[in-house]
Design a protein. Structure first.
Length: 266
């Protein structure tokens, strides 16, 4: 074989054909994957035809009227506004890889006020991926109640106490604030205050334990005179010596309730 014929032999032609075939198959595969990823809308009725447990309560829930694209209330698009376009999910008999599930970003697209709170110094670690919105909230109406704290799983404090079991009680001496709910003292999404308090540590206490009409020189808090005592400072009429910079919880160390002290000292 001469040098000029080396590039036109049958072996070379076969290799060239194989390479071209492989390229064609690869291109076909890529195009197929691209096409498979292009889901289309199917409407909420299609979704609810399979998800019967959701359908039972969902139509009574505010989320049943969400339409992110049109910024208006169109129930037909509610499911796919949060979970993404559903045709591939429906056609695959419900494969989870074709649908968005429990991603806080879905919620925070609308709840931008909560997103701002989750970025404060002290917050629940939602953005860090350690806590999800659905850990505390139900989005489909199953546990919704006609209260000021809607959508919490199991009621006002149940969602909190599921994780914070150490403060649940019951206690021999109950703190009345616990009956009002955790949010009486804590901001559930985030706060600039330590322990996600609604105010500074002492300020949070004094929101209830301060009466302007009775708080005179005796510094009555909770009906008891607080402040420097005559025996320790030479002045003052208080029953307790409160040092500079001390907080209520430095003395009342069991703010959620106590089995020993009526005044929640420990």
């Amino acid at each position: 074989m001469t040098k000029s014929n080396q590039g036109t032999g049958p072996g070379i032609k076969f290799v060239g054909f194989t390479a071209m075939l492989a390229a064609t198959l690869l291109l076909s595969f890529v195009n197929g994957v691209k096409a498979a990823g292009e889901a289309t809308a199917v409407g909420s009725d299609t979704c609810l035809s399979c998800h019967a447990s959701v359908e039972r309560h969902f139509k009574n829930d505010i989320h049943a009227t969400v339409d992110l694209k049109k910024d208006e209330t169109i129930p037909e698009n509610a499911c796919e506004s949060c979970h993404g376009l559903g045709s591939l999910h429906a056609e695959s008999s419900g494969k989870r890889k074709f649908i968005a599930r429990e991603n806080p970003s879905n919620c925070l697209n609308c709840h931008t006020d909560v997103l701002a709170k989750l970025k404060l110094q002290h917050h629940h670690p939602v953005l860090e991926g350690r806590v999800g919105c659905s850990d505390c909230h139900t989005m489909h109406g199953k546990d919704s109640r006609t209260t000021t704290i809607d959508e919490l799983k199991g009621g006002q404090d149940t969602a909190c106490l599921k994780c914070h079991k150490e403060v649940k009680g019951p206690y021999v001496f109950e703190h009345d604030a616990m009956r009002e709910g955790c949010t009486a003292c804590h901001a559930p999404h985030g706060s600039v205050q330590d322990k996600m308090l609604v105010g500074g540590q002492t300020t949070t206490c004094l929101r209830c334990h301060y009466d302007l009409t009775t708080n005179g020189d005796g510094n009555l808090s909770g009906g008891v005179a607080h402040g420097s005592t005559l025996s320790t400072t030479g002045t003052g009429t208080g029953n307790y010596d409160i040092g500079r910079g001390e907080e209520c919880v430095d003395h009342h160390r069991a703010p959620h309730g106590s089995n020993i002290w009526r005044t929640f000292n420990r």
